[in-house]
Structure formats: structure tokens, C-alpha cells
Design a binder for this molecule. Structure first.
Ligand code: NAG
Ligand code: NAG
Ligand code: NAG
Ligand code: NAG
Ligand code: NAG
Ligand code: NAG
Ligand code: NAG
Ligand code: NAG
Length: 515
């Protein structure tokens, strides 16, 4: 499994990392944004320490058993806009090492825009078992037993109730005296909603961007917004290659399948489901798009390779199967293989059947792919597989949840002796999934976001926006509305952001301390 989609360091850029044996699937993470350089001063002229300063909170290892003690949880903060009485804008970036997310403290993001408007302070905290915030020194199944949605919720609550923030007056900003606003994007956007459902009365208001509130095992719908918004010629040609692959598979045409793999330079890949998974890799590039992404992005290089032939661009129907096989295969072999696997051979890079590979066995900390896979296997699923018959398929139907569930056993043999089904029904019941109804929660989604189908703006439900729980949709991609810059380049995203700022102002004006 190659390649986990791992967030790269730079502004809103994703990249694949060539991890031999890594899982080829996209993680619903929000884009990293670093804080702009420069000295920051508070309204009265006092300097704020560098935003790279790491603070430590002593978090409970297990909220069901406080006697186990605490671990060091990292957090970062900025109080350049703060005036006494202002709110605390609080976020975890979720399933990532948080060190490159300090932009979520400043006004290059919605967090900072809220802080600036309301004279608040901004805090980001690293999620347990990600980066360097680890209850135990390894990521074994034994250690990961305390990586659950509930422990993550309880971390946020315990921090709000206990932390003495390292700013002037920061020992007196607990939720009973100060309004706290919980912000999140992607999984952490879901966590925002889940926390407000599960622990009401702690966070006064919330902002959930691309919040994947509904846990879904068979998440074929990830590819639905991609199929609908990608260039239609490219979609048509991808569909014909996938139909051809699935036809060869149904007919057990082993020679035809081998020839097809070889055209992609993947003749050395032994299992056909690993090949089908490799083809998904090109489509996962969609997730890294933003409204201002230029034509050189890998996703567009891919479609150009399929659709531009001798200087001519195909019509909406594409160039047809034969050209598509050669063009997609050539693109994989000449460009994408190197991008994903570097110099690693295909079976080592893209195969999922050798459970002795270090990708499965290494329990070293600071490995977001492993920690996230634990959550996926146990609780949330979101397996990005082929669609049911009747839906357009840009991904092979060879891929089913079982393909991914088998990998849970590879990675966590101490926990799973057979492919596990994630407990999505329980998650969706306890934290209410699409049924969420809480006060002062603002949902922001993107029409072209592949994760939209797990949010309250999914095509599979109709959920009304209400006066207290707002649902706004812009034309953006994944978590686009978190970035101030995306509002500058796209008016629909600016509209989402200004609505959110308006509601925050109204809600905060009505806040009163609890007695
Ligand atoms: C953060 O960004 C720096 C600079 O680009 C990079 O060297 C580092 O690896 C990044 N950290 C993580 C955890 O990705
Ligand atoms: C963002 O905050 C900086 C101070 O850190 C300030 O100089 C700048 O004007 C603010 N930008 C906007 C758009 O308000
Ligand atoms: C991993 O951490 C656990 C504590 O969760 C400890 O008991 C175990 O010995 C560690 N295993 C390895 C291989 O370091
Ligand atoms: C500036 O404000 C902070 C509180 O926000 C206070 O601790 C500090 O004494 C003030 N400094 C001056 C020079 O007024
Ligand atoms: C065809 O593909 C090209 C290259 O990716 C793209 O620019 C164009 O918009 C597509 N046209 C149609 C009608 O899909
Ligand atoms: C598929 O074909 C291979 C040899 O070409 C054969 O060994 C295998 O039994 C066939 N499988 C099915 C399900 O027919
Ligand atoms: C793949 O690329 C290599 C060189 O990078 C070339 O030798 C080989 O023939 C190509 N294979 C196919 C099937 O295009
Ligand atoms: C499986 O991976 C291990 C560790 O990388 C390696 O030593 C072994 O040769 C691999 N087995 C096969 C059958 O490729």
C-alpha cells in the first residue's frame, strides 16, 4: 500500500511519499499552512513569542483511567489579537504532525480571522498519537488501544478545562469564564461536531470545514465529486480503461491483465487488486487541488497526457479505449511511477501482500499513516473503493472494503486475526453522524471536495441549514474555506467565510459566563 498520501511541508501542497509497502489511499487531512514570518505584537505593543514555540500540556493517557498518568501533548499559540475577555480559538489539525500548521494561528486562515475580529487568542494542539504527542513510546496495538475518537474528544475538553495558557491572563480563560470556539477541518472538522454532540457546554461555538461527520465503510462516493468535476473527456477515457480492466478480470483473462499491467510499467506487480489500487493513485491527486491551483498540477498533467494528442484536445467523449490505455500507461511509466515509488520496485512499492515489510511492522512514533490506519480499521473506514453497478466507475470494482480490511491484519496482527469491519454504526450512533444537531455550529463545505459525500452536504442526504446550525457550501475543494487566500481568489468561498465571521460575531455578543 503503498503510498500513503502524506501532507507535505509547504503551503497547501500534498505529495506522495514513497514508502515501500505504504497504503495507497488518501487521508482526509487538512492542508498544512505555516505562519508567515514576522514579529507579532499585541494591541498594546507587547511582543508575542515566535509561533514556532512549542508548549507542552500534560494530558491524561486514558480518560477512563486517570491513574495511568499523563503524556506530553504539544500545542502552539498566538495572542497577537488578544484583549482580555476575548475568546479562545482552538483547533487540532487532526491526523498529522502539527508542526507545519502554525498558519492556523494567524489570519492567513479562518482561525486567525475569527481571532482578529473578536480579539481572541488562537491555539492549535497536536492530536494524540500523531507527531510527537504520544501517550506511549511506540505505535504498537497495545499502545494504540487508547487511540479512539472518544479519547480525542476528551483530550480537547480536558485541555480547555485545565490548561493555563502561556499568555498574560492565560490562567483565567477556562470555558466557564471565556468563550471557546472549536475549529476543525476534515477528520478534525468531524471531531468538532462530534465533540459538541458528545460533550455539550464546553465549546460555545464551532466551525467545521469539510467535516466528515458520517463514518462510512464502503466510501466509493469519494470519487463521485471527482468524476463529476474533472474534465469530462478525461473521465470518459478513465472509465473505458476501468471497464476494460474489470472485463478482463471477470473473464479471468490472465494474459490480457498481464499485458495491461505491463503497459503501465507494472508487470512486476503480482496481484491484480494492487494494480487496481495503483490506478487510484492518479485520481487521489484531485484532493490536492485548490481554487488557485495552476495547470501544472499532477492531476492536470495526467488528464493532459490522456486528452492532448498531437497538439489536439479530445472532445467530451475522449479519444477512446486504445489511446487511453497507451496514454495512461505511458504517463504512469514515465512520470507517475517515479513520483510515487522513486527507485523502489513495483511489488515492494505497491504490493500489499507481504506483511513482513517494514511499512506494516514498524511501530516507530511520528507515523501518521499508521496511526490513521488504526482509526480507519477500528472506527471510521472510509475505504475508497469501486462504485456499485449502475454508477460511473473511474475506479475498479475489483477494489472492495475487503481489500483494505485485509491490510488491517497486516498492520495490526496483535489486534486483528481476520479482516475487521470498522464500527461505523456505533460511531454514527454515538456522535450522530449526519444527524448532528447542535447549537452554534457552522459547517463549511466545498462542492468539488471528494470528502463532501461524508459531510452534511452529501448528495446522499438532504440536511437543512438552520439558524443555529449553519451549512454553507462554496465551489471549493477540500477544506478550501480554511484558507484566507482561497477567499481572495474565489467569491463563493469568500461568501462562506464572511457568513461564518458574521455568525461568530452574533453568537459571541450573546455569550455570558456560567456561574
Ligand atoms: C515541516 O516543514 C519543514 C520545512 O519545509 C520540513 O523540513 C519538515 O519535514 C516538515 N515537518 C513535517 C512533520 O512534515
Ligand atoms: C493580518 O494580521 C497582520 C498582523 O499579523 C496584519 O498586519 C494584517 O493587516 C492582517 N491582515 C488582514 C487581512 O487583516
Ligand atoms: C511499546 O509500548 C508498550 C506500552 O504501550 C510497551 O509495553 C512495549 O514494551 C513497547 N513495545 C516495544 C516493541 O517497544
Ligand atoms: C499589555 O497587555 C498585557 C495583557 O494583555 C499586560 O499583561 C501587559 O502588562 C500590557 N503591557 C503594557 C505595557 O501595558
Ligand atoms: C479535455 O481535456 C483537456 C485536457 O485535460 C481539458 O483541458 C479540456 O477541458 C477537456 N475538455 C472537455 C470537453 O472535457
Ligand atoms: C483463471 O485462469 C488461471 C490460468 O489462466 C487458472 O489457473 C484459474 O483457475 C482461473 N480462475 C478462475 C476463477 O477461473
Ligand atoms: C517504461 O519506461 C522505461 C524507461 O523509463 C522503458 O525502458 C520501458 O520500455 C517503459 N515501459 C513501457 C511499457 O512503456
Ligand atoms: C517480504 O518483505 C521482507 C522484508 O522487506 C523481505 O525480506 C522478503 O524478501 C519479502 N518477501 C517476499 C516474498 O518478497
Amino acid at each position: 500500500m503503498v503510498l500513503a498520501l502524506i501532507v507535505a511541508a509547504l503551503l497547501a501542497v500534498y505529495a506522495y511519499a514513497a514508502i515501500p509497502g505504504a497504503m495507497l489511499r488518501a487521508i482526509p487531512a487538512l492542508p498544512p499552512i505555516s505562519a508567515p514570518e514576522g514579529l507579532r505584537t499585541t494591541p498594546n505593543g507587547t511582543a508575542v513569542p515566535s509561533l514556532d514555540t512549542v508548549y507542552i500540556f500534560h494530558q491524561l493517557i486514558d480518560h477512563t483511567n486517570p491513574g495511568l498518568g499523563t503524556f506530553q501533548q504539544r500545542y502552539w499559540m498566538d495572542w497577537e489579537y488578544y484583549k482580555p475577555g476575548g475568546p479562545i480559538i482552538f483547533m487540532t489539525p487532526g491526523e498529522v504532525n502539527a508542526e507545519n500548521y502554525t498558519g492556523y494561528l494567524t489570519n492567513v486562515t479562518i482561525n486567525g480571522l475569527i481571532a482578529q475580529q473578536q480579539n481572541g487568542a488562537a491555539v492549535i494542539i497536536e492530536h494524540r498519537f500523531f507527531g510527537l504527542s504520544n501517550p506511549y513510546p511506540n505505535l504498537s496495538s497495545q499502545s494504540l488501544a487508547v487511540l479512539t475518537i472518544q479519547q480525542a474528544i476528551d483530550d480537547l475538553v480536558y485541555f480547555a478545562q485545565q490548561a493555563n495558557l502561556p499568555m498574560p491572563g492565560g490562567d483565567n480563560v477556562k470555558p466557564n469564564t471565556t468563550p471557546w470556539i472549536l475549529v476543525g477541518g476534515s477528520y478534525s472538522g468531524a471531531l468538532t461536531a462530534w465533540t459538541m454532540v458528545n460533550q455539550p457546554g464546553i465549546f460555545y461555538a464551532g466551525y467545521s470545514s469539510s467535516g466528515v461527520v458520517e463514518a462510512i465503510t464502503d466510501y466509493w462516493a469519494y470519487f463521485k465529486p471527482i468524476q463529476e468535476y474533472m474534465p469530462q473527456n478525461c473521465s470518459a477515457d478513465v472509465q473505458s480503461v476501468i471497464a476494460y480492466l474489470d472485463g478482463l478480470y471477470a473473464a479471468n483473462d490472465t494474459q490480457g491483465l498481464q499485458d495491461l499491467k505491463s503497459t503501465f510499467g507494472l508487470g512486476g506487480l503480482s496481484h491484480i487488486d494492487d494494480f487496481a489500487n495503483a490506478l487510484e493513485g492518479t485520481l487521489f491527486e484531485w484532493q490536492s487541488l485548490q481554487p488557485d491551483t495552476g495547470p501544472g498540477a499532477m492531476f492536470f498533467q495526467f488528464c493532459d497526457a490522456l486528452e492532448v494528442k498531437n497538439g489536439q484536445i479530445a472532445g467530451p467523449e475522449g479519444w477512446g479505449l486504445q489511446n487511453a490505455i497507451q496514454a495512461w500507461g505511458g504517463f504512469w511509466n514515465s512520470t507517475f511511477y517515479q513520483y510515487v515509488c522513486g527507485n523502489t520496485d513495483a511489488e515492494t512499492c505497491l504490493g500489499t501482500y507481504n506483511a513482513s515489510q517494514s511499512y506494516w511492522t514498524s511501530t516507530a512514533v511520528n507515523n501518521n499513516a499508521r496511526s490513521w490506519t488504526w482509526m480507519v480499521c477500528n472506527q471510521v473506514g472510509y475505504y475508497q473503493d469501486g462504485p456499485p453497478v449502475g454508477q460511473p466507475a473511474i475506479v475498479s470494482r475489483i477494489l472492495t472494503p475487503e481489500f483494505f480490511e485485509r491490510q488491517c491484519v497486516n498492520m495490526f496482527p496483535q489486534k486483528f486475526s481476520s479482516p475487521p469491519q470498522p464500527a461505523v454504526a456505533q460511531v454514527d450512533q454515538e456522535y450522530e453522524g449526519w444527524g448532528v444537531e447542535v447549537d452554534r455550529l457552522f459547517f463549511a463545505n466545498g462542492q468539488r471536495d471528494p470528502w463532501r459525500e461524508a459531510t452534511v452536504s452529501s448528495d446522499f442526504i438532504y440536511k437543512a441549514s438552520t439558524d443555529t446550525q449553519l451549512i454553507y457550501v462554496g465551489d471549493g475543494f477540500h477544506c478550501s474555506d480554511l484558507s484566507t487566500e482561497n477567499g481572495v481568489v474565489d467569491a463563493t468561498i469568500a461568501n462562506v467565510q464572511s457568513a461564518a465571521l458574521g455568525y461568530m460575531k452574533t453568537w459571541l455578543a450573546a455569550w455570558t459566563p456560567s456561574t
